[in-house]
Design a protein around this ligand. Structure first.
Ligand code: MN
Length: 471
C-alpha cells in the first residue's frame, strides 16, 4: 500500500493504485461501507446506483464471499481532478499532456498482484462477480482492463471490454473493431490464440488511460505512467507473456480463442439500453492471480462512473484533433444527457463564417460515436445544458445553421442506428453571425449583480413584515 492515513494528496499528486485512491476517499468522507453479506445479484448494484453521485461503497462479504467488492470510484469530474491532482478546469490539459508525453513502464520480477495464484480456475468461486442490470445475462466483469499483445511486435494494448462469465474458466467478450479486435484477427490469421490478461482493481488514472483514443500500437499503460508521474511497474503473467500492473488487485490470465464464437449478452450499456445477445469472442482463462487481501472493483453498466470514464478521455482527444485543424477551437464537452459520447458541444473563438460547419465535420471524423455537434461562442458555458440550449434558442436558425449527414458510421450501441451502426450526424451552428450588428446580440445584464454584499444591504425580515402590516 502506497497511501497513508493523512492522504490529502498534494497538488499534482496522482493516486497510483486502487488502495491509495480508496484511502484518499476514506480520508475525505467519500467511502461508505455496506453491511456484510449483501447480494451480488442486483442488490450490490442497487446500493451503488443510489449512492453514485455521493460516495464510493465497499461491500464486505458479498453473498458470503471472502473478497470484498468496491463500486463508484468516480462520482464526478471533480473526483477525477482530485485523483489526477488537478482542478476540474485543468483536467483536459493534464490528460492531453500525458497522452503527448507517455512514460514507458518498467518490468519487475514480482508484485503483490501475484501473491495468490489459482491455476485451477473457478471464476465465480474465486471472485465475487456481480450481476448489475435487470436483463443482464448474468455476472459480468465490467471494470477489467484487457491487456493484449500485438502478436507480430509484442506492443501491448489496454482497453475495457464487458466480460460475461460463461463458465468456470470461460468468458464471453464484446470486442468492437478496434485494437484488441485487430490483434485477435492477426493472431487468428496466424492460427493462434491471442494472449490476454483481464486486470481488475486499478486506480482511476489507469481506467481513464485505457479509454484514450490513440493509434494502434500505442501502449495506453504509458499514459498511466505519465499521469502517475512515475513508470508503472509491470509483472509478467504466470501462464503467458502479457505484462500486467504489479500493484493491481486481481488478474485473469487467458487467451482469446481463434475461430470460436459463443453467445454473449444481453448487457446494460452506457446508452441506458441493453447490448443484445449474439455470438461473440471467447476468452479461455488459464489462471487467476490476486493480492492476499484483494478487492474486486465493479462498474455499474450505464452508471455515472461508466459515463465519466468514457467522456473525459474522448474530450481530450477530440479537442486535440479539432485544434490541430483550427486553433480557434477553445474547449469541448460531451454532455451527460448525450451519455458522454454522442452529443458534443464545441466552444470557439469565431473568426470566419462557415468555420462552425468545418469544425462539425472534424468532430464527426474524430470519433464515430459522435452524433450531434453544437458549436457555440466563447460566452456560453458548455458544461451547462441550459446555457447551450439558450445559445441554440437565440443564435440558431435550422434552414441556415443545420448540417445533416446521412448514412455515416455511428455507435453500434445506438438503438436508432440501422444494421451495423449506420446512421446520421447532425451539426448545429449556434454562433452569432459575424455580420450581425453588435446591439442585436448584446446580452442583457444588471450592473453589479453577483457582486452585492447581501449582509450590507439586507435588513431583518421583521422590517418587511412591519411594512406589509402597515406599521
Ligand atoms: Mn489502443
Amino acid at each position: 500500500m502506497t497511501g497513508n492515513k493523512a492522504a490529502a494528496p498534494s497538488a499534482n499528486h496522482c493516486s497510483r493504485d486502487l488502495r491509495e485512491w480508496l484511502t484518499h476517499l476514506a480520508a475525505t468522507d467519500r467511502l461508505a461501507a455496506a453491511k456484510p453479506g449483501l447480494g451480488l445479484v442486483h442488490e450490490l448494484a442497487a446500493v451503488s446506483d443510489q449512492m453514485e453521485l455521493d460516495k464510493a461503497v465497499l461491500f464486505p462479504r458479498p453473498d458470503g464471499h471472502d473478497m470484498p467488492v468496491v463500486a463508484n470510484l468516480l462520482a464526478s469530474r471533480k473526483w477525477i481532478g482530485d485523483c489526477l491532482g488537478v482542478s476540474e478546469d485543468g483536467l483536459i490539459t493534464r490528460y492531453q499532456d500525458a497522452v503527448q508525453n507517455p512514460l514507458p513502464w518498467v518490468e519487475v520480477e514480482d508484485g503483490p498482484v501475484q501473491a495468490v495464484v489459482h491455476s485451477d480456475v473457478d471464476i465465480n468461486g474465486q471472485l465475487p462477480v456481480p450481476t448489475h442490470n435487470e436483463l443482464d445475462s448474468g455476472p459480468y466483469i465490467a471494470a477489467g482492463l484487457m491487456i493484449s499483445r500485438n502478436p507480430t511486435n509484442g506492443v501491448q494494448n489496454v482497453s475495457i471490454h464487458r466480460c460475461q462469465i460463461s463458465g468456470k474458466d470461460r468468458i464471453g467478450v464484446l470486442l468492437l473493431p478496434r485494437h484488441t479486435w485487430t490483434y485477435s484477427r492477426m493472431a487468428e490469421e496466424a492460427g493462434h490464440a491471442l494472449e490476454v490478461a483481464i486486470v481488475i482493481g486499478v486506480d482511476p488514472a489507469s481506467l481513464l488511460a485505457s479509454q484514450a483514443i490513440v493509434p494502434m500500437d500505442f501502449d495506453e499503460m504509458e499514459i498511466v505512467g505519465a499521469l502517475h508521474g512515475a513508470p508503472v511497474e509491470m509483472v509478467k503473467c504466470k501462464t503467458n507473456n502479457v505484462r500486467v500492473p504489479a500493484h493491481a488487485e486481481i488478474v485473469l490470465e487467458g487467451r482469446v480463442l481463434p475461430g470460436v464464437a459463443e453467445p454473449e449478452g444481453p448487457f446494460g450499456e452506457f446508452p441506458q439500453y441493453y447490448g443484445r445477445r449474439a455470438n461473440r469472442h471467447v476468452v479461455q482463462v488459464d489462471a487467476i492471480t490476486h493480492r492476499k487481501d484483494a478487492i474486486f472493483h465493479t462498474i455499474i453498466g450505464g452508471g455515472m462512473e461508466h459515463l465519466l470514464l468514457g467522456g473525459l478521455p474522448r474530450e481530450a482527444t477530440i479537442l486535440e484533433s479539432l485544434q490541430r485543424h483550427d486553433p480557434g477551437v477553445l474547449d469541448v464537452h460531451l454532455s451527460r444527457g448525450g451519455i458522454c459520447r454522442y452529443h458534443l458541444v464545441v466552444k470557439i473563438d469565431k473568426k470566419q463564417e462557415g468555420q462552425a460547419k468545418n469544425i462539425m465535420m472534424g468532430a464527426f471524423a474524430a470519433h464515430y460515436d459522435i452524433k450531434q455537434v453544437v458549436v457555440v461562442d466563447r460566452d456560453v458555458n458548455i458544461h451547462d445544458g441550459e446555457s447551450v440550449e439558450w445559445a441554440i434558442a437565440t443564435r440558431f436558425q435550422a434552414d441556415q445553421d443545420l448540417l445533416v449527414v446521412n448514412n455515416t458510421q455511428g455507435s453500434k450501441l445506438d438503438p436508432t442506428t440501422m444494421e451495423d451502426g449506420v446512421g446520421a450526424k447532425m451539426g448545429l451552428d449556434a454562433t452569432i453571425p459575424l455580420a450581425a450588428d453588435e446591439f442585436t446580440f448584446t446580452v442583457i445584464k444588471v450592473p453589479g449583480a453577483g457582486d452585492v454584499n447581501l449582509d450590507a444591504v439586507l435588513d431583518d425580515p421583521s422590517a418587511a413584515t412591519a411594512i406589509i402590516a402597515g406599521e
